[in-house]
Write a protein that binds this ligand. Structure first.
Ligand SMILES: Cc1cc2nc3c(=O)[nH]c(=O)nc-3n(C[C@H](O)[C@H](O)[C@H](O)COP(=O)(O)O)c2cc1C
Length: 181
């Protein structure tokens, strides 16, 4: 038997899903980091992703201004930083001062990458679609990098411990099923 789920919570059926840290930089050079799990690949040629951001957050203002961001893929080691970046707004707090993360320059966009993350996508916005209180950005990946020991044959190995957001304060990591090996 299946129970009905409130339609406003129906998205929860699509979790756990990877959570990333989106890094932006405003025109004055100020860096901001936010957590995001409503992000997905939507095309491989050209390499496009879709990201859905709440309009009350600060990140979407910076992206509207600069059209650039980096997507940083954290492992489970960064769960506390992910929670902080996802519960405090850059409108009120300088998150770079509280997250204890290192930033390194990107090659194709202005916002930096987060050194402690195991992968990064450098992205430029191609399209912006308003969805009531969310903005959906379609962005093209300009450059992608992954930790060589953890990303093998285009796959994150289990040891990468890619962080998944299950819901609320619950996070998990992927575990491969072995049946097809
Ligand atoms: C695990 C997790 C996932 C989140 N995913 C999203 C998301 O996909 N889109 C979004 O707009 N906010 C998401 N949030 C909430 C934002 O990260 C939060 O509103 C943050 O304070 C925004 O920061 P900013 O105002 O500096 O942009 C998420 C929060 C957490 C903890």
């Amino acid at each position: 038997m299946k129970n009905d789920v409130d339609l406003r919570k129906a998205y929860s059926l699509l979790h756990p899903r990877p959570v990333v840290l989106i890094c932006t930089q405003d025109r004055n050079g100020k860096i901001n980091v936010m957590s995001c799990s409503w992000i997905t690949p939507v095309s491989d040629e050209p390499p496009l992703i879709a990201v859905s951001l709440w309009t009350k957050g600060y990140t979407h203002n910076i992206i509207d201004e600069t059209k650039e961001f980096t997507v940083n893929i954290p492992s489970s080691k960064l769960v506390k930083q992910v929670w902080l970046a996802g519960t405090k707004s850059g409108r009120k707090v300088d998150k770079t001062k509280i997250l204890g993360l290192k930033f390194t320059g990107s090659k194709t966009v202005s916002p930096p990458a987060i050194e402690e993350c195991v992968g990064v996508l450098e992205c430029k916005v191609k399209e912006r679609i308003m969805l009531n209180e969310q903005v959906l950005y379609i962005a093209e990946i300009q450059r992608a990098c992954a930790e060589e020991n953890l990303f093998k044959n285009d796959i994150w190995i289990d040891e990468a411990n890619i962080l998944l957001h299950t819901g609320g304060k619950i996070f998990s990591t992927p575990k491969s099923v072995k049946e097809l090996e």
